[in-house]
Design a protein around this ligand. Structure first.
Ligand SMILES: NC(=O)c1ccc[n+]([C@@H]2O[C@H](COP(=O)([O-])OP(=O)(O)OC[C@H]3O[C@@H](n4cnc5c(N)ncnc54)[C@H](O)[C@@H]3O)[C@@H](O)[C@H]2O)c1
Length: 274
């Protein structure tokens, strides 16, 4: 028997869906038949994705939301439940931010900014979104962490720490939700050239020093990408947003009904064995 993944009649709520991986996931869920409710800090981006999904013949809705603000998350979840007609099937927290400042230069506000979005954000989604799934005794949640969670490397230290915390929340939330028949999993994207990576390439070119604000040319970024970044990946090439979206849709589907508390890396082997 084939393994078609069909989300017809289901509603998926996705944060950070205005661009990058969150947008790719939103479009993939819609392609599998889902209606999609989007939350994003930037309204213009979110509304543009709503139009794309509607053009695919699906229903879509949007609430402006900063995941680090609890009142925004409470409103987003309430709006999504109303849009869904009472029952949400999947919640994905893809919103996240990068920091490319070396820890030795980093200011407290920069550390707080990253922890607020990457740790308080998923915690807020658990408090409000997972609560809805538990009350329904139905559905599953996916938190987008990162392969950075697996490696406290010598760069991106605060980002790594924030994603390690996000992966830890996946494990705790999975145990909290299991008695309600609700699953919680993590997706660890590998290396995908979204806008976030342009920030990292600039950080690399600047030696991670925020005082260096010199312009980085597109050619320099491409050179760093080819020689320093792609060279780290055993399969020899970066992942695409589609690769991450496919894994996310699988984890949210009934084919993954026995998987919970798992953090799945889609990274061409970069963190294999960690
Ligand atoms: N691109 C990669 O290689 C990579 C690798 C590992 C993990 N990730 C993770 O994947 C997720 C998406 O990354 P991306 O590369 O698509 O980034 P991106 O910067 O292209 O997109 C992030 C999206 O999140 C939104 N956002 C940011 N802060 C928000 C907030 N406080 N509240 C609501 N929305 C907010 C932005 O407006 C944007 O639409 C992030 O959690 C990131 O850490 C990305």
């Amino acid at each position: 028997m084939g393994m078609d993944i069909d989300f017809t009649g289901k509603t998926v709520l996705i944060t950070g869906a205005g661009r990058g991986l969150g947008r790719d996931m939103a479009l993939q869920f819609a392609d599998c038949g889902a209606d999609v409710y989007l939350g994003n800090r930037k309204e213009e981006q979110g509304l543009a994705v709503v139009k794309e999904i509607e053009a695919m013949g699906r229903r879509a809705g949007f609430t402006r939301c900063d995941v680090s603000k609890e009142e925004d998350v409470a409103k987003l979840v309430a709006d999504a439940v109303e849009f869904a007609g009472g029952t949400l099937d999947v919640i994905v927290n893809a919103a996240g931010v990068m920091s490319v400042e070396d820890l030795m230069y980093t200011s407290d506000p920069e550390i707080e900014r990253v922890l607020d979005v990457n740790v308080v954000g998923p915690a807020n989604m658990i408090k409000h979104g997972l609560k809805v799934l538990e009350d329904q005794r139905h559905g599953n949640m996916i938190i987008v962490s990162s392969i950075a969670a697996r490696d406290g490397g010598d760069m991106l230290q605060i980002y790594n720490a924030s994603k390690a915390a996000a992966s830890s929340l996946v494990q705790s939330a999975a145990k909290m939700a299991a008695p309600y028949g609700v699953r919680v999993n993590g997706i660890l994207p590998g290396i995908i050239r979204t806008a976030m990576w342009d920030q990292i390439l600039d950080g690399m070119a600047h030696g991670w020093n925020p005082a260096d604000t010199s312009e980085v040319t597109p050619e320099k970024r491409d050179e760093l990408w080819e020689k320093s970044v792609q060279a780290m990946i055993p399969l020899g090439h970066a992942q695409t947003g589609k690769d991450i979206a496919y894994a996310t849709v699988f984890m949210a589907s009934d084919y993954a009904s026995e998987i919970t508390g798992e953090c799945l890396a889609i990274d061409g082997g970069t963190t294999s064995g960690r």
